[in-house]
Design a protein around this ligand. Structure first.
Ligand code: GLP
Length: 233
């Protein structure tokens, strides 16, 4: 059975989704206490949970407000775009921009640990969440691992690779701030120079073989990364 605070939190979540805009105040603790017939402590617990989730934020002395609509997740798991969007409550889709086979550049070869000039499959895709463009992605997969003839705009790269026996197991990532250039800004339907999170990922399988070198540009106004950190070794 759900705790009372969870029921209240679910009600507030529904209220935010149906009738409140970002940065609008939610009803006061006193009002929520009256409408829900629960204690002030329960209301505070529910609000604290939603603040922790990033749905609400508090301004000392002014009240509690609806946060900006970033796609929020606290789980730093290795996921595909499709899985990542699903876990955030959104439906992923893609538009294929280009698909080719080309020799690895020095940079790609270095990232993947393969000789420069090795043929790689290259996919450039626009990634969408509930039909809204969220990211532009440029991925290289070495050698024959990916059959691009079979790849379509509805394919999940990680599923296709896993089906072919190349399951992504581990990845090294680097995240940096980037101002969107004209092409990416146009694709993402935002003004030129809008900030983005540029994520480079080199993924490998369980045996440590490189599977992909990807560069994804996420709209910084719609996507955040959250990492849990601890002092433990
Ligand atoms: C994320 C990663 C990419 C990866 C992609 C696969 O966006 N940053 O490195 O290629 O997921 O996503 P999907 O399996 O949905 O095609």
């Amino acid at each position: 059975m759900a705790y009372k605070y969870e029921t209240v939190a679910a009600d507030i979540r529904a209220m935010v989704a149906s009738s409140l805009s970002p940065h609008q105040a939610i009803p006061s603790e006193r009002e929520l206490e009256a409408t829900h017939g629960v204690s002030r402590l329960t209301i505070r617990h529910a609000i604290a949970t939603l603040i922790d989730e990033g749905l609400l934020y508090n301004v000392h002395g002014s009240g509690t407000f609806v946060g900006s609509p970033t796609l929020f997740s606290k789980t730093p798991k290795l996921t595909s775009f499709t899985e990542d969007m699903k876990s955030r409550g959104h439906e992923a889709s893609s538009r294929l921009l280009t698909m080719s086979r080309e020799p690895a550049s020095t940079e790609t070869a270095h990232a993947l640990g393969i000789p420069a000039g090795t043929e790689c499959a290259r996919l450039r895709r626009l990634r969408l969440a509930d039909g809204e463009p969220i990211a532009v992605e440029d991925v290289r997969v070495p050698g024959p691992l990916l059959d691009i003839e079979e790849f379509t705009s509805t394919s999940s790269l990680y599923e296709v690779l896993a089906d072919a026996g190349h399951e992504v197991y581990r990845a090294e990532q680097e995240i940096k701030a980037i101002a969107l250039d004209e092409e990416a800004a146009h694709l993402l339907r935002v003004p030129l120079g809008t900030p983005a999170l540029g994520v480079s990922r080199v993924s490998s399988d369980r045996r440590g073989r490189s599977i992909e070198y990807a560069f994804t540009l996420y709209r910084a106004d719609r996507y955040t990364f959250q990492l849990a950190v601890t002092r433990e070794a």
